[in-house]
Design a protein around this ligand. Sequence first.
Ligand code: UD1
Ligand code: UDP
Length: 397
Amino acid sequence: MYRNGTRYNIEQSQTQGVLLFMGMSSKKPTILITAGTRPEAVKVAPLIRLLREQGWARVRVLATAQHRELLDQVFEFFEIKPDIDLNIMQPEQSLPDLTGRLVPAIDRVLSEEQPDIVLAQGDTTTVMATALACFYRQIPFGHVEAGLRTGRKYYPFPEEVNRVLVSRLGDLHFAPTMRSRDNLLREGTHESAVVVTGNTVIDALLWAIERDLPKTFEPVDGRKMILVTAHRRENFGAPLESICAALCDLVESRDVEVVYPVHPNPKVVETVEKHLKDKPRIRLVSPLDYAEFVAAMKASYLILTDSGGVQEEAPSLGKPVLVLRDETERPEGVEAGTACIVGPNRERIIEKAVELIDHADAYDRVARACNPYGDGKASTRIADVIQAFLVKGSIGA
Ligand code: UD1
Ligand code: UDP
């Protein structure tokens, strides 16, 4: 296989997991990094910045713009200007339509850019479509945040199956934790293709907290602030209504205020506005840019969320998280004591939130637990592996 004048001989077998790179050229290799949604942009941003700083590769950024405003907010904050933008988002896009438009659009970019490797993070439709498009062109694909699993096909939907597919399609797997590595090995991914790196979200968070964060969400009158986000498809409808009911109960029974940046998905906006609009001590706000959101997390007492990224970030700021889902692919936080699964269940949310609001000792235990998701050096480890793979010809040390 020839690309950019460089000869590759990549023998890859899922059973043997052999990754063999031959034939170097003095030309800089091209790395294409894709991102479509807010969390992907947050998690690839430190890697893009680092690779550009290092300068040994030509780094190209493809925004599919599966999200529009949410993606732009993040890239702007991290001072990244995508080189290519597919502007794919449509209001209330469906999964089949999105997938159907993404794969050929990404394929055209691959044809034009001729990357030596493509990287993407996570489990969205953008990531699945990118991995598939790379497979069709036999371009190596590196998966950042590989190996997360609930083991349940529809939880979360469609992300769990996206992850499984991407693991089958990918060539390099950057697992954030030992557990995610073990998940991959159990499924037959060869250990030589898996590297434990930590999660790049911690790199992003540490970068953000070194900047001047806005003071918008400092607690008012010493009141404890509960920060809420929810957007998962499994929570649309009745589960989200039950979460809203729990928030109303909490502001009525305790001296707390709720700050809720509402995800722009119309299915979320509709339910949240119906149940929480104009309720005293509940502030519904537009999605916050990353600096504002990090500031809000810092200012909060407690976080209620069904977000993946927020579960990973909160422990670095010493904030307990109640996970508004019945399953999490991030059990490390639960085991470390930083997160508690309460589901979208009104009674369990109230019970656990009240325990943390009323009992300082219970709160302190959670707030002191350490972050199992990373140390802020994940991007460096990933960059080293990619360099070894592309320039030195192996991914070993
Ligand atoms: C997507 C991902 C999910 C990820 C989440 C992060 C899939 C299938 N889902 O879910 O894994 O956790 O992003 O937030 O890939 N919208 C806007 N502006 C935006 C973004 C979204 O208006 O900037 C609205 C649009 O009407 C859009 C809808 O939200 O059609 C849904 O967006 P989509 O990316 O399909 O799904 P999310 O629920 O955001
Ligand atoms: N986030 C943000 N503004 C907000 C809400 C979240 O910048 O108003 C950040 C958050 O810090 C985390 C990421 O967005 O890094 C999580 O994205 P989201 O919850 O949309 O997706 P998930 O992680 O669940 O896939």
